[in-house]
Design a protein around this ligand. Structure first.
Ligand code: ZN
Length: 223
């Protein structure tokens, strides 16, 4: 179904901020915001489309010292910072003199995302997916993962009071299993490769009996 995007009212009821639709990266088809990730016309990936209106630097600077500083640019409600979540982001920049010299640059800084709650950038995308899950009324966060995403999902769900169900390949190293298991969610080991786990999860998504949120946000939302 094609829709005409309109700027939602900027009130606390705007569950997805200034996001107005999902847009297919391949064919441009637009569909209503919803828990979808594949274009029904061409099977291309769906990305979030926005109508930002005016967002100022001052508005950003007034935000909290976390990813939610950029809430006006993300598909999240305006009161997102006050909701129970891990408040990731705002990690430090580390000056990398040696790498700068090797690359012929005057100055180079590297973002140290180990400062995130579960020590990886995955906490950012999971924080946004968590808000989407809440808005859609889902009670379980889920993903397939070989490590960092597993821990980020399990931790975010625990903080938000949701269930989590993480699918991993059997044989994953113990340290990564513990990183996810420590938060108390369900951990399911699939006898196969990561591709096998992903395929299994895709089949689960297609099952009417399952309403898990599988994390499929595009890279543009991983700020
Ligand atoms: Zn398409």
């Amino acid at each position: 179904m094609t829709i005409t995007p309109t700027l939602p009212a900027l009130t606390e009821s705007a569950a997805f901020g200034r996001a107005v639709a999902l847009s297919c990266r391949e064919c441009g088809e637009r569909v209503e915001l919803g828990p979808e990730y594949v274009c029904e016309s061409c099977f291309g990936p769906l990305e979030v489309a926005y109508d930002f209106g005016k967002v100022t630097r001052e508005q950003i600077e007034r935000g909290p010292n976390s990813i939610w500083r950029y809430a006006p640019l993300l598909p999240v409600p305006v009161d997102v910072a006050s909701r129970p979540n891990l408040n990731p982001g705002a990690t430090r920049l580390v000056r990398a003199e040696n790498l700068a010299r090797a690359l012929g640059l005057r100055s180079l800084h590297v973002k140290d995302d180990s400062g995130n709650p579960t020590h990886s950038f995955k906490d950012r995308v999971v924080a946004i997916a968590l808000e989407a899950a809440r808005s859609f009324g889902f009670g379980t966060l889920s993903c397939s993962s070989t490590g960092n995403l597993a821990g980020a999902v399990a931790a975010a769900a625990a903080r938000a009071g949701l269930d989590s169900c993480v699918f991993i390949p059997a044989g994953l190293e113990t340290g990564k299993v513990v990183m996810a298991a420590v938060y108390g969610g369900r951990l399911v080991a699939i006898d196969g490769t990561y591709d096998d786990v992903n395929r299994f999860c895709s089949e689960l998504i297609g099952s009417a009996a399952v309403s898990y949120t599988l994390l499929t946000l595009p890279t543009t939302d991983r700020v």
